[in-house]
Write a protein that binds this ligand. Structure first.
Ligand code: ADP
Ligand code: MG
Length: 221
């Protein structure tokens, strides 16, 4: 599904340059669950955002289903971000004044092919994560675990082939973490969605069928 070759990312700022990714190569098979681990600053988030079409690498290629992502036109790239990948972030990034249902519907609004089915589909996705009785709640009326489940439902909005999750359990206590990890595992096992999950927790990493460890922007075997 993904073929990553010689990927490097150098950030430049007034504080100097940082080589966040240093010549990284690997492949991700369709249907797999990859856990990306590594210490703080090892390049995990940079890698995930680069795979998702959000950060242009300094060198190297990201290929998705044999198409190279960063040679796409701007509209193609927007379509890739919106429909091929679904993002789940540590800080759930829900819109505070929209209900759970409206938050899940949001990505569908940017999807040209979608007709009147957005609302019922969003309701189905909330049911998928066990929140069928919370559709009209605002984020602040939900527990943090429930907010993260809304964020997962939203990531599924345009039926992406791959879910990219950056520390999805980083702000959750152990019980809620387990709940979220089980949902991701289930999406992987029963729907065959590819999951790439960044985590610094060894327990969470065990949910992956494969682990990729980063250190100083390089893959450590
Ligand atoms: P991780 O997610 O593993 O903590 P990151 O990918 O966020 O690592 O960061 C990798 C390195 O790149 C760190 O040294 C970080 O400070 C640096 N970095 C990340 N984003 C930027 C940026 N926008 N500008 C400058 N440096 C950055
Ligand atoms: Mg990070």
């Amino acid at each position: 599904m993904f073929t990553i070759e010689n990927l490097s990312k150098v950030y430049s700022s007034q504080h100097g340059t940082v080589r966040a990714l240093d010549n990284v190569s690997f492949a991700v098979e369709r249907g797999s669950f990859v856990a990306v681990t590594g210490g703080s600053g090892s390049g995990k988030t940079t890698l995930l955002l680069t795979l998702g079409g959000l950060i242009r690498p300094t060198a190297g290629t990201v290929a998705f289903s044999s198409r190279t992502v960063y040679t796409m036109s701007e509209p193609e790239l927007a379509d890739y971000r919106n429909r091929k990948v679904g993002f789940v972030l540590q800080t759930f990034n829900l819109i505070p004044y929209l209900t759970a249902l409206e938050n899940v519907m949001l990505p569908m609004l940017f999807n040209r092919d979608r007709n009147g089915t957005s609302q019922s589909l969003a309701a189905e996705l909330l049911e998928r994560v066990g929140l069928q009785d919370r559709t009209t709640h605002l984020p602040r009326e939900l527990s943090v675990g429930q907010q993260q489940r809304v964020a997962i439902a939203r990531a599924l909005a345009n039926s992406p082939d791959v879910i990219l999750a950056d520390e999805p359990t980083g702000n959750l206590d152990p019980n809620l973490s387990l709940e979220v990890l089980r949902i991701l595992k289930d999406l992987n096992e029963t729907e065959g969605r590819t999951v790439i999950m960044v985590t610094h927790s060894p327990e969470a990493a065990h949910f992956g069928d494969r682990q990729l460890r980063l250190k100083d922007g390089r893959i450590e075997e």
